[in-house]
Design a protein around this ligand. Structure first.
Ligand code: XMP
Length: 325
């Protein structure tokens, strides 16, 4: 398969078309891989999850998935990867909790680009270490999708394999590289992946690291994760998860005075961001009902240790970027 989508290729919009695609890819992957082993970095994002499910269908335990938890995942995400892939799909899954390594390296680092570099570099290191422990791996699977190829000239591929040791000569397996994101989601649903995984919002590689502003501390990261989980839960209940493109909490490294139980209570503000966009180049602000904003504020301030204010960011992009970083 080359890297250009044929004009005759129909957009995959239905379960029927998805199943035909899956059958074709299962056959192609089996032909390509034979009885060899394939390695995949499984982040839990849409693309790598769909590739994993597809390859499990094609080659079962010949696929070795490695999930690195960098400690910056949202609440419940690594648990869901384990539940879906190890427990439900019976995948060959290696789970590495590298939280202490990442948070140790990030201690005291406040500069955003430096944080990103540390997270990206350490991710490759952990993945390499695991890969080098495995024997007989001949292929590397990747969740490259068509926009990665046309927009960034293979940048994703470069990021994913860039740090692997030179002597590891992997051939690539990229079964969804000619698909657009919406098609990957349709294929994922046809493969039986949970909707919550297939319809997941975009989430930056450095995870909550870009939303826990300034130097990350465990207590503030914990507060961010809990507040974000409440926001997501309330958006699900209100049906906004289907309407809003991306929503999350950011917590700056700033404290203000508050009062709780009649005593002075210093805490961080939780900033809600909820945006709509088609391409992430520009974004508008979702009109959230005030009643819901009040409910979310009440829950976060009551349930999350360390948060004493909740703010709603009304800034469109431009001029604000989607992420606070
Ligand atoms: P900004 O903040 O630049 O973000 O308006 C635009 C979109 O990109 C997402 N984003 C990332 N996605 N890896 C990703 O895959 C990253 O490192 C990354 N950083 C930002 C952001 O969440 C938003 O959807």
């Amino acid at each position: 398969m080359n890297n250009v989508r044929p004009e005759s290729m129909a957009r995959i919009t239905t379960a029927e078309l998805a199943n035909a695609f899956i059958d074709e890819q299962v056959k192609e992957v089996r032909e390509q891989v034979g009885d060899k082993k394939v390695l995949l970095a499984l982040s839990g994002g849409v693309d790598s999850s769909v590739v994993a499910a597809l390859l499990i269908k094609a080659i079962g335990k010949q696929l070795v998935c490695v999930h690195v938890n960098h400690g910056l995942m949202r609440k419940g995400e690594s648990e869901q990867v384990i539940e879906v892939f190890r427990n439900q799909l019976d995948a060959n899954l290696i789970y590495i909790d590298a939280t202490d390594r990442f948070l140790g390296l990030l201690e005291g680092v406040s500069e955003p680009e430096k944080k990103r570099k540390i997270i990206g570099g350490e991710f490759i290191k952990v993945f390499d270490e695991e890969a080098s422990k495995l024997e007989g791996i001949s292929f590397l699977a990747q969740g490259t999708i068509y926009p990665d190829i046309i927009e960034s000239d293979g940048v994703k591929a470069h990021h994913n394999v860039g740090g692997l040791p030179e002597d590891m000569q992997f051939e690539l397996v990229e079964p969804v590289k000619l698909l657009y994101k919406d098609e990957v989601r349709v294929v994922g649903k046809a493969l039986g992946l949970p909707v919550s995984m297939v319809d997941r919002q975009p989430f930056p590689g450095p995870g909550l690291g870009v939303r826990c502003l300034g130097a990350i501390t465990r207590d503030r990261l914990h507060a961010l994760r809990e507040a974000d989980a409440i926001l997501r839960e309330e958006f699900d209940i209100a049906g906004l998860n289907l309407k809003v493109w991306q929503y999350f909490i950011a917590v700056p490294d700033v404290k203000s005075v508050g009062v709780r139980d009649g005593k002075r209570y210093e805490g961080w503000p939780a900033i809600i961001r909820a945006v709509n966009t088609t391409d992430a180049m520009s974004a508008t602000i979702e009109e959230i009902p005030y009643e819901l904003l009040h409910k979310i504020t009440a829950r976060i301030t009551a349930e999350v240790e360390g948060i004493n204010r909740v703010l709603y960011d009304l800034t469109p992009k431009p001029v604000g970027t989607i992420e606070w970083e």
